[in-house]
Design a protein around this ligand. Structure first.
Ligand code: AMP
Length: 214
């Protein structure tokens, strides 16, 4: 069982790379951010969880670990999966390590490295189709018609936490709580593939990841 762990700041392109990896490897894309937003939409999350997501702080390890365990125990994840946005703390990384060890699995960590200024533009310019999930960016990948999905004509949405104040908090949480996860993996002897995800197109970045994983 191979766990592909995508690490990188918000806006590094984890979601886009996860979608490309899913299409090429045929294993599920597990995004904790998406799962949390879906639960909040359905009114199935406690206030504290919704509050953390809205303000850009991390949800507790306990809540996220339980949610991920449930997801990874489903049959479609038996041969592997792509983790996008998890683990985000060393405690989560340790939890995943234990879980995989018990199942004879291992992590392959892909670290998407991006400059701070690019991240800000990616996040402030990000738009998504609420129906089909296609991602756009008003600066880098605008839709053919402003504000409308190319594929199904749906009005594009801006994520509630993609505003400047919350973006600052999310980047801060990344620096304080998630960056140490890279050191955790390096010192545990787990391979970390560093990829420059700033300059190249998503397809170019994907090519680099595929090459390094061979
Ligand atoms: P994302 O879509 O990955 O940017 O996540 C959006 C928000 O969901 C984050 O700002 C956190 O509030 C929450 N979140 C997502 N994944 C995690 C995680 N692994 N641990 C804690 N909070 C998370």
């Amino acid at each position: 069982m191979k766990a592909i762990v995508l690490l990188g700041a918000p806006g590094a392109g984890k979601g886009v790379q996860a979608a490309l990896l899913k299409a090429s490897l045929g294993v599920p894309h597990v995004s904790t951010g998406e799962m949390l937003r879906e639960r909040i939409r359905q009114g199935a999350s406690p206030e504290a969880v919704a509050g953390a997501v809205q303000s850009g702080e991390l949800v507790t390890d306990e809540v996220v670990n339980r949610m991920v365990e449930e997801r990874l125990s489903r049959s479609d994840a038996a041969n592997g999966f792509i983790l996008d946005g998890y683990p985000r703390t060393v405690a989560q990384a340790e939890h995943l390590r234990d879980w995989l060890e018990r199942r004879g699995g291992r992590e392959v960590v892909v670290h998407l490295v991006v400059d701070y200024n690019i991240v800000i533009k990616r996040l402030t310019g990000r738009r998504q189709c609420p129906r089909c999930g296609t991602l756009y960016n008003v600066f880098f990948r605008p839709p053919l018609v402003e504000g409308v999905c190319d594929l199904d004509g749906e009005k594009l949405a801006i994520r509630g936490d993609d505003n400047e104040l919350v973006i600052r908090e999310r980047l801060d949480a990344y620096d304080r709580q998630t960056r140490p996860v890279l050191d955790y993996y390096r010192s545990a002897g787990i391979r970390v593939i560093d990829v420059d995800a700033g300059a190249a197109s998503p397809e170019g970045v994907f090519g680099e990841i595929s090459q390094a994983m061979k």
